[in-house]
Ligand binder design. Sequence first.
Ligand code: NAD
Length: 352
Amino acid sequence: MRFEHETLSQRVLFGTGAAATHLVAEVARLGARRVMVIAAESEAAIAATLIEGIDVALVYTDVAPHVPIEKAEAARKAAAQVDADLLVCIGGGSTTGLAKAIAMVHAVPIVAIPTTYAGSEATNVWGLTEAARKTTGVDNAVLPVTVIYDAELTLSLPVELSVASGLNALAHCVDSMWAPRADPINQALAIEGVHALSWGLRLVVMDPEGTVGRERVLYGAYLAAVAFASAGSGMHHKICHVLGGAFGLPHAQTHATILPHVLAFNSAAVPDIEQRLADAFGSVTATVGLDKLRADTGAPTALRDYGFTEADIPEAVQLILPNIPASNPRPVTADNLETLLRAALVGAAAGQ
Ligand code: NAD
């Protein structure tokens, strides 16, 4: 075995029902005096209950998907105006993304309290959208110093969005297996993530009001994000990145829809990885395992349901193709990428 692996430094506090207590302790530990809380309007009610025990300089709610540059600049200005010394982001990946956009220019630490399974809180990756093009980059200044996980905070996430968001996390795991910096450490995290997400999501669907499944999905989402941050973006993420940035498709649903197609495309070329994923799904093959999970949880199937059209395919192919990593197990051409996108557009069976 020979590999290079870097582990990011971050404190993780995991406990159902404990987020408010953990937040008070973290703010005190970090000695913060001017806390800027970031939460979207739809996350404001969750945030309000969590911040009762801390002094807050500003609650900021102007959050939008994929972090438009104008929103980032306005938030940076607001942070500077209150001279924020700690950012507390409470919400999904869009909210975490806005905190990261501030941290990358003002070097303010972040405490992240995620309310979806997107996983941005455990990565040092930032994303910004300008003129319909999404740019991402890596900067350790945007890695939250602490993540506070509390499954109760995801109870209000509707089942459909919980499933899509959990499959977004699953995509981090699957893509990590063949991403440019895939190694035995991040692959091990990814495989445990597949196992946790696969069973956790079924429990969420069976009992959306319970916290057992949601705890498992949060745990899996964290593992998935750590694996992804370490392994980098593979083919799946490069596709979804373009679809989100250039065509405005919703993040979690796009990942959930594309994943079976990328798995079917790549898995035959990497039988050892295919076998490990199959075992993690508890299935005969990885693709059968994912298909079964998707059927059991009512996962989204077709990109056309989210505004993508046949006319968008040529531009999408052109934008995606140059970004496919050389590490991808199977060569990607304009033709096979177009076939994949056509299948994802209408929700055809993967790998046909
Ligand atoms: P999101 O943050 O846009 O949330 C989706 C919707 O759900 C929003 O309306 C939000 O307010 C609402 N919501 C969030 N939590 C809720 C809850 N508990 N109950 C009810 N409603 C709730 O979507 P997302 O999928 O979490 O994140 C997507 C964004 O995160 C994308 O921009 C993506 O690029 C980014 N992301 C970044 C990384 C990274 O490493 N940088 C990783 C994953 C995702």
